[in-house]
Design a protein around this ligand. Structure first.
Ligand SMILES: Nc1ncnc2c1ncn2[C@@H]1O[C@H](COP(=O)(O)OP(=O)(O)OP(=O)(O)O)[C@@H](O)[C@H]1O
Length: 239
């Protein structure tokens, strides 16, 4: 059974249809990439999955269970974690404290369980040496790592990554991709919106293209990137 599926999900802001009959199923442990031009509705789709937005029509299912009416907190507790396009740590708290908040309130861990879990995630995300540093003072790569670590601390079975590689140097991108691959190897399913295509295609096994809120295509990354309509619309190359 699919871990997460969307069925005919639509959302408009006034007259602007931002999500138009989107439907797909994510298998347990799968990594799916989402690409599309600016304004195609990618982040909106994430907000519909996490419950930050409610669809006008359609359903969101987790393990076959309809969660369309559930709050973001309920969905987080059920195993949907996310990172934000613009990192949103508690800047005045330390890196460790940021994880603790996510583990206690998002992951439902007890005060006794949370510290060891948080230290483990900090190590896996390459942040252990920054544990006591104020989150607001981290350089960009480490802020991205913290965004990933905070999502991991909520103990997700599906993690949504929103343009997490944006703004990184090539070397930083390689380091972040290694961390994402390690998380995926643990069995966490991933949906990743990303403009940095080489990073995305080094992790995902399926790619979805969104354009004007519609799912233009979904399939193997090589086939999708080679499709004339994708090259024309996404890359601006005439077919
Ligand atoms: N809360 C909102 N109210 C009104 N319009 C919105 C709202 N959120 C998004 N939009 C509009 O919906 C469209 C899709 O936005 P969205 O952020 O989902 O696109 P995106 O594909 O993630 O873009 P980008 O690649 O630039 O991040 C845009 O035209 C945006 O201005």
């Amino acid at each position: 059974m699919a871990i997460l599926s969307l069925q005919g999900v639509s959302k408009s802001f006034g007259a602007l249809k931002v999500t138009d009959e989107v439907g797909f199923a994510l298998e347990p442990g799968e990594a799916l990439g989402i690409i599309g031009p600016n304004g195609a509705g990618k982040s909106t789709l994430f907000n519909l999955i996490t419950g930050n937005l409610r669809p006008d029509r359609g359903q969101v299912l987790l393990d076959g269970r309809d969660i369309t009416e559930e709050t973001p907190m309920q969905r987080c507790a059920s195993g949907i974690g996310r990172s934000f396009q613009i990192p949103q740590p508690f800047g005045q708290l330390s890196v460790y404290e940021n994880l603790l908040v996510a583990a206690r309130f998002g992951g439902g861990l007890s005060a006794a369980e949370a510290p060891a879990q948080c230290m483990d995630i900090l190590r896996r995300c390459g942040l252990a040496r920054h544990a006591d540093r104020k989150a607001g003072s981290l350089p960009l790569l480490d802020r991205k790592r913290l965004e990933l670590a905070r999502a991991m601390a909520t103990r997700p079975r599906v993690i949504l990554l929103d343009e997490i590689a944006g703004g990184l140097t090539d070397a930083e991108c390689v380091a972040l991709v290694a961390t994402i691959r390690a998380i995926h190897a643990e069995g966490v399913a991933i949906i990743w919106i990303e403009h940095v295509l080489h990073a995305l295609t080094s992790v995902v096994s399926r790619l979805m293209v969104l354009n004007f809120g519609r799912m233009l295509m979904i399939g193997a990354p090589e086939a999708v990137m080679a499709a004339p309509e994708v090259r024309e619309i996404y890359l601006g190359i005439e077919a």
